[in-house]
Design a protein around this ligand. Sequence first.
Ligand code: NAP
Length: 230
Amino acid sequence: MASKTVLITGATSGIGAHTARLLLERGHRVVVTGRNESKLKLFLEDAGHPDRVLGLVSDAADWEATESAVTRTVEHFGALDAAVANAGFMTGDSIGDGDPTRWSPMVLTNVLGPALLAHAALPHLEATGGRLVLLGSVAGLKNSPGNLYSATKWATTGLAENLRLLATARGVGVTLINPGMIDTPFWEGVSVPPFALPPQPIAEAICFALDQPAGVDLNTLTIRPMGQPA
Ligand SMILES: NC(=O)c1ccc[n+]([C@@H]2O[C@H](COP(=O)([O-])OP(=O)(O)OC[C@H]3O[C@@H](n4cnc5c(N)ncnc54)[C@H](OP(=O)(O)O)[C@@H]3O)[C@@H](O)[C@H]2O)c1
């Protein structure tokens, strides 16, 4: 793929970090965001390629921070070819007996975040004929009892198609990537079953979406580990 500038939200660990590393290895320019400054610093030290990477402390659930991240990307690298709405997390509790005071940041990050990124990035992606990638989940295709995280990912499924309808008329592609269980810090404190995949196949799928030729809009990829029952 020709050298591109890619902004990835929540890329200091897991799928986002692996995608950023893969893109850097392949000669692209990458902007990574995260809320935690020390995690961001560690990622930047480890990733190398300081001439082609920019790290920004930025909350994906916040409009001003998101707008600023997109503006700084374009100022720093001259254009934006792709934006990856990857930031997301799961509180892991249930609507039935969970702690409602923990839910707002999850809903705002997982649902509002991709919409904010789309709004900020679309004019720049239109200028480059670029692509928006959203990280959904198998949890956004299947129901499970009392699972608010799953409902946020159902929202991502709907948002991706609504954005596709908007963006295709402007020459911008939209790809929804639905991972199954991936062994990342997302599952911190939970024992991950042996069939869980490492983040690399999802990072490769994101690169594949970004590598589509002009005129091709690749819309949905669902990637489960072999053996995942749901
Ligand atoms: N792992 C799985 O099994 C799985 C399966 C399906 C879908 N997904 C989805 O894949 C995406 C990436 O997950 P992952 O497994 O790579 O998780 P992860 O390893 O926990 O990484 C999440 C990243 O997002 C950042 N982040 C979280 N909230 C943020 C916010 N409001 N603003 C900016 N950055 C934020 C985190 O850094 P800070 O905490 O420093 O902000 C971190 O860099 C998520 O959308 C997740 O829902 C994961």
